[in-house]
Design a protein around this ligand. Structure first.
Ligand code: AGP
Length: 614
């Protein structure tokens, strides 16, 4: 939800910190700040985007080679300069940046106030830095021991970087529930800290991903020292992350979202081929053997996820039940984790997550694991918390998705879940090897089919222009395209701020049809072969009540094309593969409406790319 960056080494810290924040702005962008150490702390903080902070930094930072920085998505307290991080302790000796939520901060704040502490802002983080001071002074501890002792009494999620001016050559970092990575060099002269790999890999590709409750002391010239919050030494592994940074740039595109929409032929291909054998004829999930028996004998698959990934889960439900005949339940992770669900050892709990860090999904996974379920993850970020904690991870290979609105990760998730359904069907003898091979051959054509749709981009843009003043949309779909209607509605909502609701088309007559009028356009996903006639009937019912209709149709459509006011054409593919082609026009439509409305497409208001708080 927020992004933190730290640097301690032999280079000037300020440009490294600011550039790192710019690469993390997709995580939160309502205020930003840095702190560097020059005997005393120099702290710069600004509301708004990182560029505002950058313009406020003066020459005094020259030559200073240790600092921490933060870009914020507000949880406690408005996005003001007072609430921006870094926060400083009352005695001015400790500064901190924090990503997460301290759940018991009110109790701690009351205790500190009794001891005469005062507060400038309303954040939980300001309470935390002062509690560290309180513990340090009470127990006469150095900064790492004061932090460890403090964390023993903290409830919540955090990724922290802390500096104490009494120990000017040391930075202490830790995490619990929020991600944190450390970039290391062979000489140990420099250390880079960030919420994810993107700000680090241009400096070093040797990374250490921290685990929960690990506390790390970073000192120039010394190897990492990692312990838990009780001081027990912890081993660690250095991973070489080959993240090609030129992929993390907009290139010729105006927005990351548009670039990522157009990347989908490549990202779908990369994802598919990464899970096929070398001849690209059969499915081959590496290391799936460890889970194969449990998957084959599973009495149920419970998919837990949020947002767009939840929509991918519903596509998975249709495909896995159709091909593998395993009962599938799709749950909002946030609901599942609290409703005391019934979980048995025969259950497979599958998390679908682009970031691998979504707090609700991670918590649902951990809950399931504690109840004996086998856990499976479909994820787009190597080394993410979910990937490291699940019994098995099938990665999507969509590359870094920077646009807050998920597009290429979604189609990659659907590609993985389709392959998994086929593989399970073969292993459970619910489909023949011939049918599986035929489906694999058709799936391999999807990148080409998706690419064809881009020739209609200007047409979609011309339609989108008509809807910048519209205040509400209905999105309808049936069968495997029902989740595509939900996804189209979410895309439009989250980047254009226009209300939109996805519904099963057959449900219209149970209420929503009462809303139909000229001011309420309906988008119908009508590419199904199986339900086509029923969808045309639904369209007629809407038309009869003067409701405008936009329809996603097959390029050879012969009926809906005469009912809808506007159409988005896609290549005809078999029903099981439609979600990946049907969603593309809806991604483009929402993008163009949002751009015409002047919205911040890559960083929509109130949102963040990775929701690492509840
Ligand atoms: C999708 O466009 C949204 N950004 C959001 O719903 C997202 O899908 C959700 O927060 C889940 O994120 P995850 O896939 O990283 O777990």
């Amino acid at each position: 939800m927020c992004g933190i960056v730290g640097y301690i080494g032999n280079k000037e810290a300020s440009p490294i910190l600011v550039d790192g924040l710019k690469k993390l702005e997709y995580r939160g962008y309502d205020s930003a700040g840095i702190a560097v150490l020059n005997g005393d702390f120099l702290i710069y903080k600004q509301p708004g985007k990182v560029i505002n902070l950058e313009e406020s930094i003066d020459e005094r930072v020259k030559g200073l080679s240790m600092g921490i920085a933060h870009t914020r998505w507000a949880t406690h307290g408005e996005p003001t300069e007072q609430n921006a991080h870094p926060h400083k302790s009352n005695n001015g000796e400790i500064v901190i940046v924090h990503n997460g939520i301290i759940e018991n901060y009110k109790f701690l704040k009351d205790e500190l106030i009794k001891h005469g502490y005062t507060f400038i802002g309303q954040t939980d983080t300001e309470v935390l830095v002062n509690y560290i001071q309180f513990v340090q002074e009470k127990n006469h501890l150095n900064i790492e021991d004061a932090l460890k002792k403090t964390l023993q009494g903290i409830n919540g999620a955090y990724a922290l970087a802390v500096m104490d001016k009494k120990e000017p050559n040391k930075m202490v970092v830790t995490r619990k529930g929020s991600p944190l990575a450390i970039g290391v060099t062979e000489t140990n002269e420099e250390f880079y800290v960030a919420s994810d790999a993107i700000p680090i890999v241009e400096h070093t590709q040797s990374l250490v991903y921290l685990n929960d409750d690990e506390v790390v002391v970073l000192e120039r010239g010394k190897k990492l020292k990692i312990t838990d919050i009780y001081g027990v030494q912890k081993p660690y592994r250095v991973k070489n992350i080959d993240l090609n940074l030129n992929k993390v740039s907009k290139g010729k595109y105006e927005h990351y979202m548009l670039k990522e929409i157009f990347e989908q032929p490549e990202t779908i291909k990369n994802t598919l081929y990464s899970h096929l054998n070398t001849e690209n004829t059969n499915i081959n999930f590496e290391n799936l053997d460890v889970l194969k028996d449990k998957l084959i004998k599973a009495n149920r698959i419970i998919i837990v996820s949020c947002g767009t990934s939840w929509h991918a889960g519903i596509v998975g439900e249709y495909i896995i039940e159709e091909l593998a005949r395993i009962p599938v339940e799709v749950e909002y992770a946030s609901e599942f984790r609290y409703r005391n669900p019934i979980i048995t050892e025969g259950d497979i709990v599958m998390a679908i997550s682009q970031s691998g860090e979504t707090a609700d999904t991670l918590a649902a996974l951990r809950y399931s694991k504690s109840k004996g379920a086998t856990t499976f993850c479909i994820c787009n970020v190597f080394g993410s918390s979910m990937a490291r904690e699940c019994d098995f991870t099938a990665y999507t290979y969509a590359g870094s998705e920077v646009g807050v609105a998920s597009t290429k990760a979604f189609t990659a998730q659907v590609a993985v879940v389709s392959l998994l359904a086929i593989q399970l069907g073969v292993e459970r003898n619910t489909i023949s090897q011939e049918k599986a091979s035929a489906l694999v051959e058709e799936i391999k054509t999807l990148p080409l089919e998706v690419n064809k749709i881009f020739s209609t981009n200007e047409h979609i843009k011309s339609i989108a222009k008509n809807y910048t003043q519209t205040t509400s949309f209905l999105f309808l779909g049936r069968g495997i395209n029902f989740p595509i209607a939900l996804e189209g509605a979410l895309k439009l909502k989250e980047i254009s701020y226009i209300h939109a609701e996805g519904y099963p088309a057959a449900e219209m007559k149970h209420g929503p049809i009462a809303m139909i009028e000229e001011s309420l356009p309906t988008v119908i996903v009508a590419t199904n072969n199986e339900y086509y006639d029923k969808l045309v009937s639904n369209a007629q019912e809407i038309k009869a009540r003067k409701g405008p209709i936009l329809a996603v149709i097959n390029e050879d459509d012969s009926d809906m094309i005469h009912v809808a006011d506007f159409v988005f054409k896609v290549p005809r593919v078999s029903d099981m593969l439609q979600p990946i082609v049907s969603v593309i026009p809806l991604q483009l439509f929402s993008y163009h409406v949002a751009v015409f409305k002047g919205c911040n497409v890559d960083q929509p208001r109130n949102l963040a790319k990775s929701v690492t708080v509840e």
